[in-house]
Design a protein around this ligand. Structure first.
Ligand SMILES: C[S@@+](CC[C@H](N)C(=O)[O-])C[C@H]1O[C@@H](n2cnc3c(N)ncnc32)[C@H](O)[C@@H]1O
Length: 192
């Protein structure tokens, strides 16, 4: 049977050729090009960071004076110059860990919940994860800092977006070409 052509497969090959651990690096690249997120010297916290392509990209962009920390439930293979933490981001004690900086320029989240197969349940889990991300942003972002999080669109998406708009001065949404499921996956940027 002939192999079905999916244009996104090219991104997996491109990531491999360019030394990135996952094709999702091109999602961050698009977001960075759109919003000018990552600058030299920044402190960046990446939530849901395994296998680590966003960490690799962020490290390149912040340069030697910057700091990048990655958190995931899964072990992240070491990357030179990057602190990685195996932890659940919904644990309220996360920010008390000494390796997590207290003042962060940019929080990134590409978190994806483990899927149950039930669309509404999975979408709600994505919202729950992002409520935890928002709490972390409230507590750890520097004034003027930015947080970008991935959300799966579904029944609760509009309510979540509305609630963000009541608390954050800037709330923007973006879809990226590199998403496999572009209609469902949305990135939200919040900043004060
Ligand atoms: C799509 S992957 C991230 C890919 C990453 N941006 C990259 O480019 O390599 C989503 C990650 O979220 C992590 N994750 C899901 N729930 C989590 C939680 N509660 N705490 C920490 N990590 C979580 C998963 O383990 C998974 O590695």
């Amino acid at each position: 049977m002939p192999k079905r052509y999916t244009p996104n497969d090219e991104l997996s090959q491109k990531a491999k050729a360019e030394g990135y651990r996952a094709r999702s690096v091109y999602k961050l690249k698009e977001l960075d090009e759109k919003f000018n997120l990552i600058k030299p010297g920044m402190t960046v916290l990446d939530l849901g960071a395994a296998p680590g392509s966003w960490l690799q990209y962020a490290k390149e962009k912040v340069g030697p004076k910057g700091k990048v920390i990655g958190v995931d439930l899964q072990e992240i293979e070491p990357i030179e110059g990057i602190e990685t933490i195996k932890a659940d981001i919904t644990e309220p004690t996360l920010l008390t860990l000494p390796t997590i900086p207290k003042s962060i320029d940019l929080i990134l989240s590409d978190l994806a919940p483990s899927t149950s197969g039930v669309k509404d349940v999975d979408q709600w889990r994505s919202i729950e994860l992002n409520q935890a991300v928002e709490k972390i942003a409230e507590q750890a972002l520097k004034p003027g800092g930015v947080c970008v999080m991935k959300v799966f669109r579904g029944a609760d998406f509009d309510d979540f977006l509305r609630s963000l708009k009541t608390k954050w001065e800037t709330v923007k949404t973006a879809q990226v070409k590199a998403s496999r499921d572009r209609s469902r996956e949305i990135y939200i940027l919040i900043a004060n």
